[in-house]
Design a protein around this ligand. Structure first.
Ligand code: XIL
Length: 302
């Protein structure tokens, strides 16, 4: 019953038949890697550019995959026209309209949404963002309520990184989720991004997932990749495979874990080399789409 997904890239889909074929056959769920980020969806005020996201959703539907929507409210990848100079009421209206517009468009076609992404700082306090500065902490509850009103059937997630182990950030997120649910806010799940490294397996992942599930929310591995310090060696790929396997095992061990998603499946389209200097080879397939030890480890576990 656990969905096995990958983030997907529109360019890969249109340019590379081998990429599309693997994406369509190896996974039963898909997350839109960039296509549903605000900057890409609404490049000009009120002017939505749906084709990129539509193309991915239609691909998923043709291949019997469920779609995980990423992401409605984030501090990053905002269009420039949203101005920090606007008064709070204007910011609030724009945010509400954006959430409502996007969730309504894909109503019934997206099984889960990352409603808010990365709202916490490493120390567990709320991240200083435009939303927090202008709207106060209540923007989080509001976003969930707006999303729920637009599609009552969609499962609504709060997503973050650095919460896989029992970190301060994870403790704070657990407290936040508890508070939100106590207040009747429709938070259904917590997404663990899981951008990990080959030599640092997360500690106590299973126990950590379990304590979130124990407060009544689903949990999901939402953006797993395991970066390797270059150059790649067979030994490093073996350790990478062990980390992938460990994360899948933890998800399968926790009944509330409803989905397991990798952040892209091929090294040729991974975000890692561009964002983590000296690292790469983070995915299940190499750049030639040959399965790596990590892929074999997951198949073995399933
Ligand atoms: C990344 C994408 O993979 C890149 O293609 C893009 O250039 C930047 O964003 N956490 C998130 C994702 O929630 O949206 C990020 O995705 C990776 C980190």
């Amino acid at each position: 019953g656990v969905r096995i997904g990958s983030a997907a890239d529109g360019r890969g889909l249109s340019l590379d038949p081998a990429y599309s074929s693997l994406l369509g056959t190896e996974f039963n769920a898909m997350t839109t890697e960039n296509a549903m980020k605000w900057r890409n969806l609404e490049p000009l005020p009120g002017v939505y550019a749906w084709p990129g996201a539509d193309q991915l959703v239609e691909f998923a539907e043709r291949h019997g995959q469920e779609v995980y929507g990423h992401t409605l409210v984030w501090h990053s990848d905002m269009p420039k026209w949203v101005s920090p100079e606007w008064p709070a009421e204007r910011i609030r209206t724009e945010l509400r309209d954006h959430v409502t517009e996007v969730v309504s468009r894909y109503r019934g076609r997206v099984w889960a949404w990352d409603v808010v992404n990365e709202v916490l700082d490493e120390d567990g306090s709320l991240r200083e963002t435009l939303w927090l500065r202008k709207l106060g902490p209540g923007y989080i509850a509001d976003a969930f309520r707006w999303a729920h009103a637009a599609d009552p059937g969609a499962r609504l997630f709060i997503n973050d990184y650095g919460i896989e182990g029992r970190t301060r950030k994870a403790d704070a997120l657990l407290a936040l989720v508890r508070d939100l649910r106590r207040d009747g806010v429709p938070v259904d799940g917590v997404g663990f991004q899981s951008h990990l490294a080959w030599d640092e397996p997360p500690r106590e992942l299973t126990r950590n997932l379990r304590r979130f599930a124990d407060v009544g929310v689903s949990v999901a591995i939402t953006e797993l990749d395991v970066r390797v310090e270059l150059p790649v060696t067979p030994e490093k790929l073996k350790r990478q495979a062990a980390v992938y396997r460990q994360v899948l095992k933890s998800c399968l061990a926790v009944p509330g874990c409803v989905s397991f998603t990798v952040w892209g499946f091929t090294d040729s389209r991974s975000w890692i080399p561009g964002y983590h200097r000296g690292y790469g080879a983070a995915c299940l397939f190499d750049a030639d789409l040959t399965p790596k030890p990590a892929y074999l480890a997951l198949v073995d576990e399933l």
